[in-house]
Design a protein around this ligand. Structure first.
Ligand SMILES: [Zn+2]
Length: 229
């Protein structure tokens, strides 16, 4: 029996549930290679979101997946998302174990540890895609908008979180609207987060070399759809 752990390091299997009984079988050798172009990885993620929206996910979260048990960790994408329980990235993009590293904070706010984590994924794992995923009805954004409007800002660490999101409130307030302010802030905060990540030297260098694509996206809780911003 060949252990998945000793397969060539840039080769791994996708698996699919083949029946309701949860039997897993290897499907094909696919794209989990860090040598893949960013556009291909991004297309794979969006295709996964399509399966998720259609109610036909390919991947369950089952330890019988080969990737769940491999000793080799070669993810191809990173999602930086909000802690919101309605937006689990692995499900939203219908990704198997081993493909996508995830960092989540309130309103995907960037502190030093988060930036370091993304830097690590880009520099060491050489992920080809980084998605900053904002979402409809973001409570962290709504709370920040309320704090700015009322002047009633929380103290301590929660206040620091609000302060990290607040610049997007001021920027969005000056933008032409049509939509509710909190909704505009969600998109603006995603754009600011993408911009901040692209200022990290290692990420910037790999992005300029075409080795990683850093994109912003928004998840609609109403529909399950992810749209690139
Ligand atoms: Zn949120």
């Amino acid at each position: 029996m060949i252990s998945v752990a000793i397969l060539p390091v840039r080769l791994s299997y996708a698996a699919r549930l083949v029946d309701a009984g949860g039997v897993i079988e290897p499907e094909t050798v696919v794209t989990n290679s860090n040598q893949c172009a960013p556009n291909g990885i991004l297309a794979d993620l969006l295709a996964g979101n399509g399966r998720f929206m259609a109610g036909h996910p390919r991947f369950g979260h089952d330890v019988s997946s080969p990737r769940a048990r491999t000793a080799d960790h070669r993810p191809t994408a990173l999602v930086l998302g909000c802690l919101d329980s309605r937006v689990p990235p692995e499900a939203v993009f219908d990704q198997d174990f081993g493909t996508t590293v995830v960092v989540r904070t309130g309103g995907h706010a960037l502190d030093t540890a988060v930036v370091g984590s993304v830097d690590f994924a880009v520099s060491v794992f050489e992920v080809a895609v980084v998605i900053v995923l904002g979402h409809q009805y973001c409570g962290a954004v709504a709370s920040t908008v309320a704090a700015v409007q009322t002047g009633d800002r929380p103290g301590g660490a929660l206040g620091e979180l609000v302060a990290l999101i607040e610049p997007a409130v001021h920027e969005a307030a000056g933008l032409d609207g049509g939509r509710d302010l909190a909704d505009r802030v969600i998109d603006r905060h995603v754009a600011r987060t993408v911009g901040s990540l692209l200022e990290v030297p290692a990420i910037k260098a790999r992005a300029e070399a075409g080795a990683v694509k850093v994109v912003g996206a928004r998840y609609e809780i109403d529909t399950g759809q992810v749209a690139l911003l």
